[in-house]
Design a protein around this ligand. Structure first.
Ligand code: ADP
Ligand code: ZN
Length: 607
């Protein structure tokens, strides 16, 4: 997420140049206004009139610049006059109490200079505006024009200048695995085209800043030795409608010319927010840009050439659904905060170029930095190196690392670090509760994938399960198992700590949703085979509403009880799982089976 200014020219494109132009314009207008006001009040007097005014004691002071005289009257007025070359009236001025100042002739010029400079800048500002507006209309195809608004502002990297490859990305094994296909496709497009396979065109990298999304995208280009175009979503957006769209067009045209190639769009949410809530011009522009992006991505089908678009965001929830449709960004790769092992690997990668004292143990530092992003870890090494250099040390010591860590933690709010030890423990038990319930109901629950206490987005921890197959129908038992799994988090908290927290809110939302559809849509309750569509066209009485609520309540209560029972019976497993999770932060299904001595599920045996 680094942005560099490509041009230092005064006429830099984009928001900065625009702001400069606007400010300049306004300042000039104000200056001119003042000047007009000022000169408007000055009376021009003839020499005779001037003499009369003096002898009538009306003149307070004058400033003489050569033959030119600027003066003030006692009533507050101003005047201007020209006096003869050899005026003899100095004594007369004295007699009438006029205060005389004689100024250097150059003073007079300066006013003229100011006006000329102001006019010059106004001219430039006006010119700039016209150029911009014209470019916006043309879609900005205009060759080597320094005003090229509509040109894509992507940075282009040719393969020879890309040093990153998958080895530069430490940890992130899952993300790399998923991106390998893309590399293969870029390297051997023929292999796929031969059989008419439709390759993915868009990959969405989802994760918090600093966790290596940009790095991963560039590494894909490095692995595939193809050109890499990098741009940020916000770079597309300008005040002028049509500029963003033309930049998109230009970018894709360039990428196609260099196919196979990769386009990387950082912060895609800047353009990709869902449409339809437009107020005024700004979002009009954004919509046009988004539409152009969709058009370009669809165009790959016919346009030939293999261009892959990789986009990054930490807000996938706000993206327009149209972006996520098949053929567009239909692959989602999560780039999470690094877990313990990944943190150690990232530290190792960045410690290659520095001198560590032998007692520095990177594994230990990894343990002390939960919630640090890849960028934070790179930073900690750098800060430690700076510390050591300042003190003229030969090598970086443990103390340098401690200081660096403290500084970085002060500078930013790191989620797991702001969680106290107790809170982390609570999260570990909460997630273990979910997982254990899933494991104890093997016939009906989805197989577990992994559990983690590394925060992601707003969730403190996550328990992932993978649906076994696309299921079109679900049994009552499966739905009940889902409810119990949702309730397992809170149940574990209650059982172990005998206190409840707000952390289970979204679990309850999903549990209640499932229970309600069981009653209202699937006829899976004592209400019998009836459909009660809520808020829809199926009306029902207040009394029925009360019965529905009671049924939902009953299902949830029963599930909660059974969940608690299950955890009580398996308390030892719960403890083992939670303490191990606390230590390792992330556990995959295989590790969990081994840890708990449970037979692996069929679908995990080959993993
Ligand atoms: P994002 O695009 O997700 O905000 P970046 O790719 O810009 O993150 O990461 C910033 C820097 O942090 C990278 O240039 C790299 O030096 C470092 N970094 C992040 N993740 C990793 C990783 N998994 N391995 C090695 N370095 C990393
Ligand atoms: Zn939960």
């Amino acid at each position: 997420m680094k942005r560099k200014n490509q041009k230092n020219s005064f006429f830099q494109d984009g928001p900065k140049g625009l702001v400069v132009a606007v400010v300049l314009f306004v300042v000039c207008m104000i200056a001119l206004q003042k000047l007009v006001e000022f000169t408007g009040e000055i009376k021009s007097l003839s020499y005779t009139e001037f003499q009369k005014q003096v002898t009538s004691d009306l003149v307070k002071s004058i400033v003489v610049t050569g033959q030119d005289v600027q003066g003030s009257l006692r009533d507050g007025g101003h005047f201007h006059t020209v006096i003869p070359q050899n005026a003899q009236d100095w004594s007369m001025l004295n007699e009438h109490g006029v205060n005389v100042t004689v100024a250097d002739t150059t003073g007079q010029m300066s006013l003229l200079y100011i006006v000329m400079i102001a006019l010059f800048f106004i001219g430039l500002a006006v010119l700039y505006f016209f150029r911009q507006a014209r470019n916006a209309q043309n879609g900005g195809g205009g060759g080597a024009n320094i005003f090229n608004m509509g040109k894509s502002r992507a940075k282009m990297f040719m393969p020879s200048s890309i040093k990153e490859n998958f080895d530069s990305v430490a940890g992130a094994a899952e993300a790399k695995e998923e991106l390998k296909d893309i590399v293969d496709f870029l390297k051997n497009p023929e292999k796929y085209r031969r059989l008419g396979a439709q390759m993915t065109r868009g990959v969405l990298l989802v994760g918090e800043p600093g966790n290596g999304k940009t790095l991963l995208a560039k590494a894909v280009a490095g692995e595939a030795t193809c050109p890499f175009f990098s741009i940020s979503g916000s770079d597309f957006i300008e005040v002028f409608v049509g500029v963003g769209a033309s930049r998109v067009r230009d970018l894709f045209a360039q990428a196609r010319k260099h196919a196979p190639s990769i386009i990387f769009i950082d912060e895609i949410d800047a353009v990709g927010r869902h449409r339809g809530n437009s107020h005024g011009g700004g979002s009009d522009e954004r919509e046009q840009t988004l539409n152009q992006l969709l058009t370009e991505m669809d165009g790959f089908q016919t346009g030939g050439g293999s261009v892959i678009v990789i986009a990054a965001t930490n807000r996938p929830d706000v993206l327009d659904k149209a972006l996520l449709r098949p053929g567009r960004f239909d692959r989602r790769v999560v780039v999470p905060y690094p877990d313990l092992k990944s943190r150690e690997e990232i530290l190792k990668v960045h410690a290659r170029d520095v001198k560590l004292s032998p007692e520095v143990d990177l594994a230990k530092i990894a343990r002390g930095t939960p919630g640090f992003s890849g960028a934070d870890l790179k930073n900690i090494i750098n800060e430690a190196a700076i510390n050591a250099s300042k003190a003229n040390q030969e090598m970086i010591t443990v103390k340098d690392f401690e200081e660096a860590r403290d500084r970085i933690m002060l500078g930013k709010e790191i989620k797991t670090m702001t969680q106290s030890k107790q809170e982390l423990e609570l999260t570990a038990y909460h997630e273990s509760g979910h997982a254990l319930v899933a494991l104890m109901l093997p016939e009906h629950s989805d197989p577990l994938h992994k559990i983690t206490i590394i925060p992601r987005g707003r969730a403190l921890g996550v328990t992932h399960s993978l649906p076994e197959r696309e299921k079109y129908t679900q049994t009552r038992e499966e739905l009940l198992a889902k409810i119990k799994m949702s309730l397992g988090g809170r149940a574990a908290e209650q059982l172990v700590f005998n206190k409840v927290t707000t952390g289970a809110y979204s679990d309850f939302v999903s549990a209640t949703d499932i229970a309600r559809t069981m009653v209202c849509s699937y006829g899976m309750s004592t209400m019998g085979p009836v459909i009660y569509n809520q808020g829809g066209s199926f009306e029902y009485s207040q009394k029925t509403a009360e019965r529905i609520d009671a049924e939902v309540q009953r299902i949830l209560d029963e599930c909660a009880q059974e969940t608690m029972q299950l955890l009580i019976e398996n308390r030892d497993k719960l403890n083992l799982l939670a303490t191990t999770l606390l230590e390792k932060e992330t556990l995959f299904a295989g590790e969990i089976y081994e840890l708990l001595g449970i037979a692996a599920r069929e679908e995990h045996k080959f993993a």
